[in-house]
Design a protein around this ligand. Structure first.
Ligand code: PLP
Length: 406
């Protein structure tokens, strides 16, 4: 048989969510009566809204007609959708450096694009991540050989930028490596923290000084309600020379299963030899990707119409109200937490406790599943992430049960 890719062996035991599922199954074996409620994963629960749903079904129906049938489309996405993303989601934001449609690349989701970006940049660049962070930044880097070996607390080739209660969940920037990649997520998964304009200005300044590149993950931008908080990195002067933004329709319109996202790769973004990152990304998309589903793209296009935007707002408001309920419950219980106001995640602190122990205690006492913070990186130890993605009655019941926590 063939030898194994040696980097696969460097992945630390168990991806976070399979491990949660294993513990949950084990608990249910001894407590079959437990009706567990999950505030654990970031999966959407509410149905696709009517205007967007109609666009999906119309698109599917058209495919069944000779006149309406289309096969492969442009790998970069439908031009009408690229234009609408640029126009509706970017070019009206305060301070935005305008985005051109050919800087928008439609994808089958932000996670898939992060994987393809890792292929684009390869294994030879130093990598920095916020700690804690969405696991794909680190695990994808491990798989391509960019992370080095595991040393018991972290990967040797990765610079962890701790985001803690002490620094207001915004990292110390001086540790950003030179000529490397910095993954930065705001609103953040898992902490729920949203970087201010001043913080993002400092990030862009430091990254430009270090001649590095930001991969800015804005998958939760549509949950931002405070008008002074930036929704895009391109609202920061100079970001078009140092940042790629990945984004997604998954959470704002419930497309977690439909699959649709996009990345912005500015034409002004250059490698050290002056060649174009946009041109290389186009090459990656045309080589490794055959374009997002034509049905999904029609759904995304409808979501950015006035009716679609109203539905998107209503749906994100719904999850934000869940977040408010969870955060209010935890706060009343005297548990200190952040997030949940411009983000669907609440990050709760249990000082001195092990995250997995708190996870088990909440599962056993409250029959609620959450996510142990340590699964997102060393600085997540002693934290628990609560997700606001759930039916309202489940969230209300979970809040009642959380009060049993002792
Ligand atoms: N980025 C972040 C920060 C996420 O939390 C998620 C999903 O939970 C994704 C990206 C994945 O998005 P998509 O469904 O578009 O692949």
């Amino acid at each position: 048989m063939v030898p194994r890719n040696p980097h696969m062996a460097h992945l630390t035991a168990g991806y976070l969510f399979p491990e949660i599922a294993r513990r949950r199954r084990e608990f249910l074996r001894s407590h079959p009566e437990a009706q567990l409620i999950s505030l654990g994963i970031g999966n959407t629960t509410e149905p696709i809204t009517p205007h967007i749903d109609l666009a999906l079904t119309d698109a599917a129906r058209r495919l069944g007609t000779r006149e309406g049938y289309t096969g492969y489309g442009e790998e970069q996405g439908m031009m009408a959708l690229r234009e609408r993303i640029a126009q509706v989601l970017y070019n009206q934001l305060p301070g935005i450096d305008p985005i051109a449609p050919d800087e928008v690349f439609v994808s089958d989701g932000a996670k898939c694009d992060i994987g393809r970006l890792q292929v684009l940049f390869g294994y030879h660049l130093p990598v920095a991540v916020q700690d804690p962070s969405y696991p794909v930044y680190v695990d994808g880097s491990v798989i391509i050989g960019a992370a080095g070996p595991w040393n018991g607390t972290g990967y040797e080739g990765i610079t962890y930028l701790p985001c803690t209660a002490e620094n207001g969940y915004f990292p110390e920037l001086s540790r950003i490596p030179s000529k490397g990649l910095v993954y930065f997520c705001s609103p953040n998964n898992p902490t729920g923290a949203v970087a201010s304009r001043a913080q993002l200005e400092a990030l862009v300044e430091e990254v430009r000084k270090k001649r590095s590149l930001i991969i800015f993950d804005a998958a939760y931008a549509e949950f931002i309600r405070d008008p002074v908080l930036p929704k895009s990195i391109y609202q920061i002067p100079g970001a078009k020379e140092c940042a790629i933004e990945v984004n997604s329709f998954s959470k704002p319109i419930g497309f977690t299963g439909v699959r649709l996202g996009w990345s912005i790769v500015p034409k002004t973004l250059r490698y050290e030899d002056g060649t174009s990152v946009n041109a290389d990304w186009n090459r990656i998309c045309t080589t490794l990707f055959n374009g997002a589903s034509n049905i999904a793209q029609q759904g995304g296009y409808a979501a950015l119409s006035p009716k679609g935007l109203t539905e998107m707002r209503r749906l994100t408001d719904f999850y934000l109200e869940n977040a408010r309920l969870i955060r209010a419950t935890l706060t009343e219980m005297g548990i200190s937490c952040v997030g949940g106001d411009n983000s669907p995640y609440i990050w709760a602190h249990f000082p001195g406790r092990d995250s997995w122990d708190v996870f088990s205690q909440i599962m056993e006492q409250c029959w609620v599943i959450c996510t142990p913070g340590s699964g997102f990186g060393p600085a997540g130890q002693s934290f628990i992430r609560f997700s606001a993605f759930g039916h309202r009655e489940d969230v209300e019941e979970a809040c009642r049960r959380l009060r049993r926590f002792r």
